[in-house]
Design a protein around this ligand. Structure first.
Ligand SMILES: Nc1nc2c(ncn2[C@@H]2O[C@H](COP(=O)(O)OP(=O)(O)OP(=O)(O)O)[C@@H](O)[C@H]2O)c(=O)[nH]1
Length: 853
């Protein structure tokens, strides 16, 4: 329903959302028969007079400016649904909920609450849904434990350290979310496993007291040859351990060691650009980041700062915006006297300036929204920016060291220890665990290191269970408990178990580095040389010829595609040369049945490649994806090809097919701040190309086709001006605007869905003014499926003064009452490849090009 429109059902229901109301209209208050009142997104501070509406069952006051909890609500004794989320409420007085014994649904999220009134217990028979997320709770609110019928509870993003076990002992709770709390008991890695895992955790704790585990994931990041591996190895061995240059890290190396009672899990990332593509998989929150900078190479100019420091700071603030970063400057022995201090100051100064710039950008965006003509249309964007404003990297003081001097290594060790002991910096270092968690972990480490275990460390889940249950203390280890513990160990990074990937649900990787080995088979530095060097024996074994190999190299160089046979030969050649031939079939699949192996499940899961059926244009035979209509996946025949967007070149082909930009095009830009993350566009291509049919792709451009209409996407990643540009031809008929905008919105949603993986990244969609040369841009309002994007038929550009029909600028469908039967409101929602909601229907979307087995 449109804002302001009242649905007359004997006036039982009134919707007045987004009306800039400051007081309740008297017309509403004079209608005591009212049962439902929606006042979402207004400017209400008080709701004086609401007690007159004593028959209200549903009251929505979300996204207003309420500070004092409205006492009058106590008179609304028939209330079943109450939403007060996104206000500024600090305290709820006693004596209100005791009157609301029919309340079923209560939203209090995004306020400033740190406690709940005791009389909430009066809703114990009725309350089923309670949302307390994004408040300031430090201890779990006890009245919630009395709510015996509660089915869904949200407490995300508070400051909870402990959850009470009683919460999980009742039968009613079906859904519980607690992420974003510095939890110690149960640790958040246990909570993320779901209700059953939490319950099992407490059951395990019942028989024996929990043990405190102090563990820190430590990630070493920084440019090539900074000294990451040297520091990592030296700290581990307690003495200087210079790494020869030829032993450069390839991918990531992982090792574990202890200082006092802290266990450190060291992740040493390779500095070469080729591997950045996989970093998002491994750069995870709640870790100590050691940013290693070679002070000898560092010059106090902007370019070296950007390459050696700025790039990493940007990446971290987008991907793990709450992290703690310890900059370490190496090679001090190669620097002149005074140079170290000068560079240290310069680096710290520039990092601070960078973080300041980010902050001021955010407040600039926030002010823009607040100053816009219709701020109520931007509430969601405003809130997200406010959340981002609260999240910032903590940069510790730079530690200069000479890695060749063991005293400096000791000094660094002491500094690291001092920081991780600081609870303010690392609230989640201590985790309380049932002893069986530690026993299983120790046994797994033992198995992984045993003689009989192959280097790759891949093990079948059932086999692992049988091995572990032969051990002392673990005879009663069941599959469910093992899975709980594996899930926990996966989250802390000790093992890898992708239970959500169908092909891998029964495989546990006891050596996480093997995953990198897998990625590296196809995502690597100098892949062309690898292809060229495939031996003749390998080619013969794979029924291929030297001419085939030349073709593979040519297609790969020009189109970034490899056919299935080429991939098999490449992987076989590399595995055999590493002495790992025994796992070839397992990771590549068994021929001739063509069963997919583990490798492609992984590469696809992480959007590193896209399987396609034709090498010329990508899958022209795929059925069209029309938002809102059921969609069949293509079951193509013939050999599969794999597109690796990382290796794409810039070609003219895309522009040729598109035929050049036209001033009349529907044209939007999605701006990224601080920048488009490394690897984002390539992964976005894999996602978008999975949904749409015929398309042409190149390094920074892509052309998709839907319903016969082309859509062009271009990446522009300049400093402080990074955006994706999307273009569609202007529809010939007004009727066709809907499908054009549907297509554009679907692509915007795909990019927004992907950008969620970078919580510190801000994406904002704008339409440039259509007057040639006019620099003005129109910002898109929130698209939450509830509101239309604009009320007006015509928009006037504030800069050039030209007037345009709204549908030329925004996803606004012209009114055509006589032509079409009334359509339900369009709602877009892209969750993942799995499910997408376009329009009223949910569509289950498999990847378009994957053949079924
Ligand atoms: N003189 C001197 N040499 C150092 C110092 N730190 C590291 N090195 C040397 O610098 C070279 C590079 O060090 P690595 O530890 O391999 O660098 P990295 O950051 O792991 O490099 P990638 O593996 O390429 O990402 C090695 O030859 C080290 O021995 C230092 O403080 N002083």
């Amino acid at each position: 329903m449109r804002p302001g429109q009242e649905q007359e059902e004997g006036l039982r229901e009134v919707t007045l959302s987004t009306q800039r109301l400051r007081v309740l209209p008297s017309a509403v208050l004079s209608n005591p028969t009212l049962e439902s009142l929606d006042l979402d997104r207004n400017k209400l501070k008080h709701i004086t007079g609401i007690s007159k509406l004593c028959n209200l069952k549903k009251l929505i006051l979300s996204k207003n400016e309420i500070v004092d909890f409205p006492d009058e609500i106590q008179s609304l004794v028939y209330l079943e649904k109450l939403e007060l989320n996104q206000n500024q409420i600090r305290v709820i007085p006693e004596g209100i909920f005791s009157h609301l014994s029919r309340l079923k649904h209560l939203r209090l999220n995004n306020n400033r609450l740190c406690a709940l009134p005791r009389d909430l217990a009066a809703c114990q028979g009725s309350l089923q849904y309670l949302n307390l997320s994004n408040n300031l709770f430090r201890t779990f609110p006890q009245p919630v434990l009395q709510l015996t019928n509660l089915q869904e509870l949200h407490v995300q993003n508070n400051a909870l350290r402990q959850l009470p076990k009683e919460l999980f002992q009742g039968q009613s709770l079906k859904m519980f979310k607690a992420n974003g709390n510095p939890l110690k008991e149960p640790p958040s890695e246990v909570c993320a496993g779901g209700l059953q895992q939490i319950l099992n955790y407490f059951t395990q704790l019942q028989d024996c007291s929990g043990q405190e585990d102090r563990r820190v994931k430590t990630m070493f990041l920084g440019a090539s040859l900074a000294g990451k591996s040297t520091i990592c190895k030296s700290l581990k061995q307690g003495q200087t351990k210079l790494v020869p240059e030829e032993e450069r890290t390839v991918g990531i190396e992982i090792s574990e060691f202890r200082i006092e009672d802290f266990t450190f899990l060291f992740w040493d990332f390779a500095g070469q650009l080729e591997y950045y593509m996989t970093h998002h998989v491994f750069i995870t929150p709640q870790a100590l980041v050691i940013l290693v900078i070679n002070l000898h190479m560092y010059q106090t100019n902007d370019d070296t700062f950007k390459d050696l420091v700025g790039f990493w700071i940007n990446n971290l603030s987008m991907r793990v915006p709450n992290s703690v970063v310890l900059p370490v400057g190496t090679h001090t022995d190669c620097c002149q006297e005074g140079e170290v201090e000068e560079k240290r100051r310069d680096i710290m100064f520039k990092i601070t300036a960078m973080l300041e710039e980010r902050k001021s950008n955010l407040s600039h965006f926030i002010n823009n929204l607040e100053d816009s003509e219709e701020p109520e249309f931007y509430v969601d964007q405003w809130e997200r920016l406010k959340e981002m404003e609260n999240c910032t990297l903590t940069i510790l003081n730079l530690v200069p060291i000479n890695c060749t001097d063991h005293r400096d290594i000791k000094k660094l060790e002491a500094i690291i220890l001092e920081h991780v002991k600081n609870e303010e910096l690392f609230p989640e270092v201590v985790r309380v665990l049932p002893p069986v968690y530690r026993q299983v972990e120790a046994a797994i480490v033992d198995v992984a290191q045993s003689e009989e275990m192959a280097d790759h460390g891949m093990m079948d889940l059932q086999y692992l269970l049988s091995k572990l249950s032969h051990r002392e203390h673990l005879a009663n280890l069941g599959r469910e408990l093992l899975q709980d513990i594996l899930r926990y160990l996966h989250r802390i990074g000790l093992i890898i178990w992708y239970e959500e990937i169908k092909h891998l649900e029964n495989t546990v990787f006891l050596q996480p580095t093997f995953l990198i080995t897998m990625f590296k088979l196809l995502v690597r530095y100098r892949l062309v040389q690898q292809l060229e060097s495939i031996s003749v024996d390998t080619l013969i074994g794979e029924h291929s010829t030297i001419r085939d190999r030349s073709n593979w190299v040519w297609t790969f160089k020009s189109k970034a595609m490899l056919c299935h046979r080429a991939v098999r030969a490449l992987v076989k050649y590399q595995l055999y040369s590493k002495g790992m031939q025994d796992i070839f079939e397992e990771i590549m699949g068994h021929e001739p049945h063509g069963r997919r192996g583990k490798l492609f499940s992984l590469l696809e899961h992480f959007e590193i490649c896209l399987e396609v059926r034709k090498a010329e244009a990508l899958n022209p035979e795929a059925s069209e994806f029309v938002p809102g209509k059921p969609w069949e996946t293509a079951r193509g025949h013939g050999e599969s090809w794999y597109l690796f967007p990382t290796y794409l070149n810039q070609t003219e082909e895309v522009s040729e097919v598109w035929g050049g930009d036209h001033p009349e095009d529907l044209h939007i830009r999605a701006y990224f701040s601080p920048e488009i993350p490394e690897g984002f566009f390539q992964r976005f291509l894999v996602k978008a190309c999975s949904f749409y049919s015929t398309h042409w792709v190149a390094k920074v451009t892509c052309l998709l086709i839907c319903n016969g209409k082309p859509l062009l996407i271009k990446e522009n990643n300049q400093r402080a001006y990074s955006y994706l540009e999307l273009r569609c031809r202007k529809p010939a008929e007004r009727m066709e605007f809907r499908s054009a905008w549907d297509f554009l919105i679907a692509i915007v949603f795909i990019s927004q869905k992907l950008s969620e993986q970078w919580p510190g990244l801000h994406v904002c969609v704008k339409t440039p003014c259509r007057t040639a040369g006019c620099p003005a841009e129109l910002m898109w309002p929130d698209m939450d499926g509830k509101n239309i994007v604009t009320k007006e038929e015509v928009k006037t550009c504030g800069t050039c003064g030209h007037r345009f029909r709204a549908e030329l600028l925004l996803p606004r469908v012209p009114e055509q009452p006589e032509a079409l039967p009334a359509q339900p409101p369009v709602h877009y929602y892209v969750t993942s490849y799995g499910t997408a909601t376009f329009g009223p229907s949910h569509v289950h979307v498999n990847r378009q090009n994957i053949s079924s087995e």
